[in-house]
Write a protein that binds this ligand. Structure first.
Ligand SMILES: [Zn+2]
Ligand SMILES: [Zn+2]
Length: 145
């Protein structure tokens, strides 16, 4: 199991996972694209990008363009896994409505350790889909059994 990365802020985590989803969808990610996506001013985006860059999770790949490093991709994939498992737990086990489950998951996803996420996966019997119907990839958590 790769080690748990240093704690990220919720904003950093949101940027990281969004950049991963955008690049996987074949989109070029720039400061402008992110500013539009998050409805913030470009300098705000640049600030977050610098933080992610200093953590070794993001790199610049051209004029205004950014991409995740291998480490950044790994961390983003983990965050998406934790997010989807936690929101599924809130919705399916506790019965909280899906939209609120998603918001709650977002607010705590950076605080959940990978081994703890795997405990949720086991409890839920490794669900295939999250509350939004997106795929939940259990890349390594079954190995924890
Ligand atoms: Zn969600
Ligand atoms: Zn899992």
């Amino acid at each position: 199991m790769p080690k748990t990365p240093k704690r990220l802020s919720t904003v950093q985590a949101t940027y990281l996972t969004e950049i991963l989803k955008m690049t996987q969808a074949g989109r070029q990610v720039t400061t402008g694209v992110l500013a539009e996506r998050f409805k913030v001013r470009p300098p705000t985006v640049v600030g977050v990008m610098r933080e992610l860059e200093s953590k070794g999770l993001l790199k610049r790949v051209g004029w205004g363009r950014v991409d995740l490093t291998d480490q950044g991709r790994g961390v983003a994939s983990d965050l998406i896994h934790v997010h989807r498992v936690i929101e599924t737990y809130f919705a399916n086990v506790i019965g909280i409505d899906p939209e609120r489950s998603c918001r709650l998951a977002r607010s705590i996803e950076t605080a959940i350790r990978r081994d703890e996420a795997a405990m949720f996966c086991k409890l839920l019997n490794y669900p295939d889909k999250c509350v939004h119907g997106e795929e939940v990839v259990h890349a390594w958590c079954r190995d924890q059994d």
